[in-house]
Design a protein around this ligand. Sequence first.
Ligand code: ZN
Length: 442
Amino acid sequence: MQRVLVLDKNKKPLMPCHPARARQLLTRGKAAVFREYPFTIILKERDGGDVQPVTVKVDPGSKTTGIALVADFKRSKCVIWAGELTYRGQQIRDKLLSRRQLRRGRRSRKTRYHPARFLNRRRAEGWLAPSLQSRVENTSTWVGRLRRWSPVRSLSMELVRFDTQLMTNAEISGVEYQQGELSGYEIREYLLEKWGRKCAYCGVDNTPLEIEHITPKSRGGSNRVSNLTVACYDCNQRKGSQTAVEFGHPNIQQQAKKPLKDAAAVNATRWALWRRMDNLGLPLEVGTGGRTKFNRMQQKHPKAHWIDAACVGESGEQIYINPCHAPIQIKAMGHQSRQMCRVDNYGFPRTSPKQGRVHFGFQTRDMVKAIVTKGVKCGTYIGRISVRASGSFNITTPIGTVQGIHYRYCTSIHKSDGYFYEKGEALSSATTRVAVSSRQNS
Ligand SMILES: [Zn+2]
């Protein structure tokens, strides 16, 4: 069950409580709503109290990061709060690209000839592409927020996909692959990374991949990493007891012999995040992706980002997850637009300069509740608004957009803070979906 975050009257975090308890406190007037997303209450009387240690666990992904708050109760470790944070990634890249193109075009039109200047800038140490940097910023923002709203005493994150220490020598010293063991999971992750997460023979991706022996075991092939690749089920079956050369892929054997060089670059963002987390001064546990998967499979938890987060590291060996638990979905939206006015396809101004962003106390992307009492749009709407200076707002609800709602009907639920929130799917309803694609996990 997703617990409710609780603050005492001095805004010091207390132990997150059960939603029923929060409801009770709110109806008795002993607490007030502090934030709608994630739901946080503030107590009016109480000042401090006993808290159990809580750990923030993070599984950084390329598009979505799982975050879980795990409480260390006497009997077991238990997920008490979970969220999935989706980044802007591609969106940032696209926006920067379009800005660059507009500038280029304008510059060549508006200025006299200048010799081109290039390679005259130096990037700071540890520079990351803006889209990657935003991942680091978003994740550390949320770790910081959770520290403010819950009694966090330690951190835990998945640092690398596979154990580099184990893997750097894997090709030379030959780590043996064995299914079901922890090192087996590390090797699996390593191979997926090395072969780009697609079938080595037909190049298909987004399909369950199997570990495949280039020279089959029946023909004397070893279990060493240099003899392993990943293949889809069909290719694996068709290849049967042939070697890669006989199967018509002579280059595979050569490719397999080359170790994965850029293992560090693969994990650059994660290392940047790790430095951030390390600076917070809390005990920080790190784990590998292989370990996470191993823990999840051992406990037969379904695949989800937040569950992976809970399973990170050694502390993820024994985690209780309530099947009714529905994580909060957090989506990074960015703040406003940096453009001074909208432009047409050629980069010329199309609208008047940007006006103030707050109208009648509302701002675009605020969450509001509108109770319209008369007219054709009579009804209750909860959603995100887009404001207009005229006071006639649009509300985007899960069902669709309602246009032209007057500001007087609107009450603010949650002020825009750069993120969009949605209630996630519960584990029990997700299990059926996972069961269909369970082959992917095995
Ligand atoms: Zn294939």
